[in-house]
Ligand binder design. Structure first.
Ligand code: AFP
Length: 374
């Protein structure tokens, strides 16, 4: 059988919009800049141990976290690529205290704001673990001038596009522009991203949960009950779930995007007795919720859809649940007290069943056919 012709990212983008609108051309150029930065970061990660790029810089960032050399490198590379595009008037990053405006380089019509988590899971850098970069792109609201900070403080619903790069055994790009979620794999020999999945659909439920269970004593109410439910036969999968946790949200989410399941980093009680989230709304929760929703899944705080949250500050943190519909829905029900872990679903609170998908129907048919000896 002849090999199917590989589809490059460029060819995919050319095919996506039959009519070359300005939005489409600008997005294609910006994504090309981001993927160039991603290739540079991937290359640096591969040789970091040899090039003295492991370890810390000796400074702390705005989150009071120690900055790794690779955090700094990824940040400068990604923000620099956005600036060079001439399409971005301003950027914000998990690594920078405030927004960066590009008054000299941005053209008068620079229409986009980009927000990045340049190196997600940076505790993995020194142990050769998996890492990610997450990006969000918004069209500016202000029509005149250099663009304002309000152009960066936006609800996930207003996203123009979002995506991530996963630096694992292979480097992958996953993005959505609101019309499905597509994945690409970098061929390091050719230096190009090739399409590996088109229109990804997240399964309606999965069989894994990703969470830092070591801190469960400090979780907000309902989360322990939710996880206990996943470990029981009364889970949405009808059997106990397995744990998978890498310390890199991008990697955990990638598994869930392809295979279903749930990631949860709830609000945690601090030393002052107050509950607070760890994950950043604008750099992590919003873009990945947007991708999840475009693939059929969802992101939630346990009370609200993440994409509806109005951000109050650039570095705002939230309690975060992300994944398949069945698990996110169950978490919301248990956390809001509609269901408890012990009680089986009743007619009053409604059974929690994963949505019936084509895949489940096919599996059921296969089982029946096997049973009937066909
Ligand atoms: P860093 O990028 O600062 O390492 O944070 C990673 C992260 O935001 C997310 O990717 C992980 O799932 C989560 O934090 C890990 O946090 P814990 O180390 O507290 O489990």
């Amino acid at each position: 059988m002849p090999h199917p012709k590989p589809i490059t990212l460029t060819y995919h983008l050319l095919q996506e919009d039959q009519v070359a609108t300005r939005d489409h051309l600008e997005f294609s150029l910006l994504l090309s800049q981001i993927t160039t930065a991603a290739r540079i970061v991937a290359q640096e990660l591969r040789r970091a141990g040899l090039a003295g790029m492991l370890g810390k810089t000796g400074t702390t960032n705005v989150q009071q976290e120690e900055v790794k050399k690779l955090d700094e490198f990824a940040n400068e590379t990604l923000i620099g690529a956005c600036e060079e595009s001439g399409l971005v008037f301003g950027a914000a990053s998990e690594e920078l205290a405030g927004p960066t405006h590009f008054p000299l380089h941005g053209r008068a019509g620079a229409a986009y704001a980009v927000l990045v988590d340049p190196l997600d899971g940076s505790s993995n850098t020194d142990v050769d673990g998996v890492l990610g970069s997450i990006f969000s792109i918004y069209r500016r609201r202000s029509l005149q001038g250099q663009g304002t900070d309000a152009d960066l403080l936006r609800r996930g619903r207003e996203l123009f596009a979002a995506g991530y790069i996963l630096y694992g055994p292979s480097t992958m790009l996953v993005y959505s522009r609101g019309k499905g979620v597509h994945a690409f794999t970098l061929d390091p020999g050719v230096g190009q991203f090739f399409q590996s999945s088109y229109q990804i659909r997240m399964p309606a439920h999965g069989a894994v949960y990703s969470t830092n269970e070591g801190i469960r004593d400090r979780w907000e109410s309902g989360v322990t009950e939710f996880i206990e439910r996943l470990k029981s036969n009364d889970s949405p999968a009808g059997k106990p779930y397995s744990t998978r946790y890498t310390g890199c949200l991008t990697a955990d989410f990638h598994r869930i995007l392809l295979e279903g399941g749930v990631y949860i980093y709830p609000q945690v009680r601090g030393a002052d007795g107050k509950f607070a989230g760890k994950l950043r709304l604008l750099y992590e929760a919003s873009p990945l919720s947007y991708i999840a929703e475009n693939a059929g899944g969802r992101g939630s705080t346990g009370r609200e859809n993440v994409l509806d949250l109005e951000p109050a500050s650039l570095h705002q943190r939230v309690g975060f649940i992300l994944g398949s519909q069945a698990e996110v829905h169950l978490a919301e029900q248990i956390m809001s007290g509609v269901q408890s872990s012990g009680a089986l679903p009743t007619a009053a609170n409604g059974p929690v069943r994963p949505a019936v998908t084509a895949e489940r129907i096919t599996t059921a048919r296969h089982k029946r056919a096997r049973h009937q000896g066909r």
